[in-house]
Design a protein around this ligand. Structure first.
Ligand SMILES: [Zn+2]
Ligand SMILES: [Zn+2]
Length: 258
């Protein structure tokens, strides 16, 4: 089967606080460079027939408006941390125009988190107008959304299993600091990988910059973009200059076609 052509849009590339961070006056947070403005981490994945988003960040509403996403078929979730789920209520707009429930795909732990955090949307007696959500539990087996085949990849966020996703030649991983060898094999052979990189200094649950660069080289992926970036990393332009060939910082609005 031929893999459909995909357009990937980086909707957000910031860590949980976003960049700028509220009340911060550091050089990054006060930078005038548009690439130093980072909403919370998410991507849009589009084929000719199917549109899906990975995670619904606290910035989800603005991300959908900014990228002019007129139709959305599904949401894939990586894990239930607030910066990856908080915007879910705003799928109501798609419920309204598409007249159907939004299809959510997540592992069991994330589904439990969604049901806890958005209990009102899963209540037996719902208040009128709450989001209409349909839960689809995924494991590590490959699955399809519309015409897009997807391979889940389990990575570690300290002790929490987080799902990354491989879409053909493109792999998206956020909120990891360790990957088991068997899961690394699922990433090998990708043309493009996205990895989370928080800052230069080591962190307990995120890859530091040098760790992410080393992983890209270990896996032999020719092109990489980093996401989930903190204001602590430095200005986009300054860090970009220090990276090896083929390795880049992501930025909001970046589009890849593959
Ligand atoms: Zn996160
Ligand atoms: Zn700052």
């Amino acid at each position: 089967m031929n893999y459909p052509k995909l357009k990937i849009t980086f909707l957000g590339t910031g860590t949980s606080s976003g960049v700028p961070m509220i009340a911060c006056n550091c050089a990054v947070c006060t930078s005038h460079d548009k690439k130093d403005k980072r909403l919370r981490s998410s991507i849009l994945v589009e084929s000719a027939k199917t549109v899906l988003v990975v995670d619904t960040t606290p910035d989800f509403r603005y991300q959908m408006l900014r990228a002019k996403v007129g139709n959305l078929d599904a949401v894939l979730f990586t894990h239930p941390h607030k910066d990856h789920i908080a915007g879910l209520d705003d799928v109501r707009a798609y419920n309204y125009f598409q007249e159907q429930p939004m299809q959510l795909y997540a592992n069991q732990m994330t589904i439990e988190g969604l049901m806890r955090e958005f209990a009102y949307a899963f209540a037996d007696k719902k208040y009128p107008g709450v989001p209409n959500l349909e839960l689809n539990t995924i494991g590590l087996e490959p699955f399809m959304i519309g015409d897009i085949p997807i391979v889940p990849i389990m990575v570690w966020h300290l002790k929490m299993p987080v799902f990354g996703f491989r879409f053909g030649k493109f792999t998206y991983i956020t909120d990891a600091n360790r990957i088991d060898e068997v899961e690394k094999d699922k990433i090998r052979g990708s043309e493009v990988v996205v990895l989370n990189t928080l800052r230069k200094e080591k962190h307990i649950s995120h890859y530091a910059l040098a760790e992410a660069v080393a992983l890209v080289q270990e896996l032999g992926i020719p092109r990489a973009y980093f996401t989930h970036i903190s204001h602590q990393l430095g200005k986009h332009m300054d860090i970009e200059k220090t990276l090896p060939a083929g390795v880049h910082l992501g930025h909001d609005g970046l589009v890849l076609e593959l």
